[in-house]
Design a protein around this ligand. Structure first.
Ligand code: ZN
Length: 349
């Protein structure tokens, strides 16, 4: 793991990888390009078009297994798409960032809440934390400003195009450095509470981020690689193994938790536990307007995207063209692959 400038900016996570304590799952995709379906994709093991009521999620499923469930979420989740309600009735202890600090994306509030957590002595616990340090709206602490011009802010990042690109990237890199240290603090607190030893910890993101690719900054927009490729890291000291697979999706995370405790998977979930080898060759990605499929065919990986309203289509051969610069929709040698992806994409409503 290294930053865009070639300097490592995840010292804690890298140290865990080097110590053999963290499994990196490569080629992981978010279900979509924005927060709403990214979070619900993680929690309820569903692609965006399958997220409907009732959303039986991992908190509900673990509660049935006797778990106490805690959600500590930096950022505004109550007013954003009414997410608090969408997390459902299975959440026992809930805190989000609304009204808790001058900035709702202040991760320090959630770290203090974790420090004050009263861990049940009779029940196992599921903890879901959402950190905002890498988000443009997160609270960025001066201690982690390694890159960029002193005093550069989100507002300066939104000025002229050149200044904007550099400041936006620097701010993002600083945010990764900060969140790495926040994760270090979380591990310390879990260790201190005596719960880390038996814990399964999954570190991931609800989506990626545009840092100038396709002329974009931030997230949402078409589900190109920068915004749907996500980190997926597993800390598990129980001896479980995590076989390499061609493609992984956020929908696999919730099943991984249930599999770890031997619990059955809800019928409505579409993910596969990461402890299993998988022969799945395709995952679904999307945005509000765009349906997409990423598919591995032999040693080659393709991505097909189709705008639901305009019908605009793209086909990329990601293995040779990872930055999605050449639309090969009309390449006659790919007609068969295109026909298959096009037909299947029409089933994504
Ligand atoms: Zn988000």
């Amino acid at each position: 793991m290294s930053g865009l400038r070639g300097e490592p900016n995840t010292p804690f996570l890298t140290s865990l990888v080097n110590a053999g304590q963290l499994t990196r799952v490569e080629d992981a995709y978010s279900v979509c390009s924005f927060t709403y379906c990214g979070l619900l994709g993680i929690l309820s093991s569903k692609y965006r078009h399958l997220i409907t009521l009732p959303r039986w999620n991992v908190a509900d499923a673990l509660k049935v297994q006797g778990y106490e469930t805690h959600f500590l979420l930096s950022g505004e989740h109550s007013s954003y798409y009414d997410m608090r309600a969408k997390y459902g009735a299975g959440v026992d202890v809930y805190m989000d960032g609304e009204g808790k600090s001058v900035e709702s994306g202040d991760d320090q509030v959630m770290l203090r809440a974790l420090e004050a957590t009263r861990w049940s002595t009779t029940q196992p616990t599921f903890l879901f934390m959402h950190l905002m340090a890498v988000h443009s709206l997160g609270r960025h602490l001066p201690a982690y400003q390694r890159w960029g011009r002193p005093g550069a802010s989100l507002f300066s990042a939104m000025r002229g195009p050149v200044v904007r690109a550099n400041d936006y990237r620097d701010r993002y890199l600083n945010g990764i450095l900060q969140v790495d240290d926040e994760i270090r603090q979380i591990f310390e607190l879990l260790e201190h509470a005596g719960v880390l030893r038996d814990a399964l910890v999954v570190i991931t993101a609800d989506h990626g981020e545009y840092l100038g690719e396709f002329g974009r900054f931030g997230h949402e927009y078409w589900p190109y690689e920068p915004v749907v490729r996500i980190p997926l890291l597993i800390y598990d000291q129980t001896g479980a193994t995590y076989p390499t697979r061609a493609l992984t999706s956020q929908v696999d995370i919730a099943p991984t938790f249930l599999h770890a405790i031997g619990a059955p998977l809800p019928e409505s979930w579409v993910g596969e536990p990461l402890q299993y080898a998988s022969d799945r060759r395709a995952v679904i990605v999307g945005s509000i307007e765009v349906a997409g499929i990423v598919e591995q065919v032999g040693t080659r990986r393709y991505k097909y995207l189709r705008h639901r309203n305009t019908g605009q289509e793209s086909l990329f051969e990601l293995t040779a063209d990872p930055h999605e610069q050449r639309n090969v929709l009309t390449d006659p040698s790919l007609a068969g692959i295109l026909a298959s992806l096009r037909a299947r994409s029409r089933l994504i409503h």
